[in-house]
Design a protein around this ligand. Structure first.
Ligand SMILES: Nc1ncnc2c1ncn2[C@@H]1O[C@H](COP(=O)(O)OS(=O)(=O)O)[C@@H](OP(=O)(O)O)[C@H]1O
Length: 196
């Protein structure tokens, strides 16, 4: 949405923003998994760009590559992973120090550290520590815990991803290499995402 940064600045020019990003190929697979789950229940999140049938959905590989093997850059889950295309518009409206880039992969691995960074960024009194989380073996993710209850994110968060052909993953990582460098330049930080 091109006008969103301007509209948010008009609402509050000193707002603090959180940008949660994940390694782009994993994010695209996650997005595909989510779209496929919604298609199979008949509740698409957005109109599906290609005809799909829940009994015979296209594979990730079929959607990200053209039949001649080139990358289908207009496939939305890939296009959304080209983060610099979106971030530059936000940086035209907000100072860099108004945006905290949160590494979504580290948020999964060790939520406490990332949430403590967010607390500091927002200037909040530190409240979160390792007592607020436990690793749920069944879910395969950290879940919240307080004195009275435990709470995991819904089953729609943390779905099992399909196996993707490693050659396709490698091709996509090479494709994203240049885009990731542009993103690192914008944020002034190298997130170390693999280029193979
Ligand atoms: N603690 C915990 N439990 C479950 N899931 C977790 C957790 N922390 C991060 N994640 C990751 O959040 C991913 C879904 O978030 P999204 O931003 O894609 O959600 S949204 O649908 O856009 O609202 C989701 O992506 P998928 O794994 O692809 O389902 C998770 O990996």
């Amino acid at each position: 949405m091109p006008l969103v940064p301007e509209r948010i600045r008009a609402m509050n020019a000193s707002v603090k923003l959180l940008l949660i990003v994940r390694e782009p190929v994993t994010r695209a697979i996650s997005d595909y998994t989510q779209l496929r789950a919604h298609a199979s229940t008949g509740t698409p999140l957005i109109p599906m760009p290609t005809p799909t049938s829940s009994s015979n959905p296209k594979t990730f590989e079929q959607l990200v590559l053209h039949p001649n093997g080139t990358i289908n850059e207009s496939y939305r889950p890939l296009a959304i992973s080209v983060y610099h295309n979106y971030l530059h518009r936000w940086l035209e409206c907000f100072r860099r120090d108004q945006i905290l880039v949160v590494n979504g992969d580290l948020l999964i691995e060790d939520p406490v550290v990332q949430i403590q960074k967010i607390e500091r960024f927002l200037g909040l009194e530190p409240r979160i520590d390792s007592n607020n989380f436990y690793f749920n073996e069944t879910k395969g993710f950290y879940c919240l815990r307080n004195e009275t209850s435990d709470r995991c994110l819904r089953e729609t968060k943390g779905r099992r991803h399909p196996r993707v052909d490693p050659l396709v993953v490698s091709k996509l990582r090479k494709y994203f290499g240049e885009h990731n460098q542009k993103f690192y330049e914008l944020i002034g930080e190298d997130l170390g995402w693999p280029e193979e």
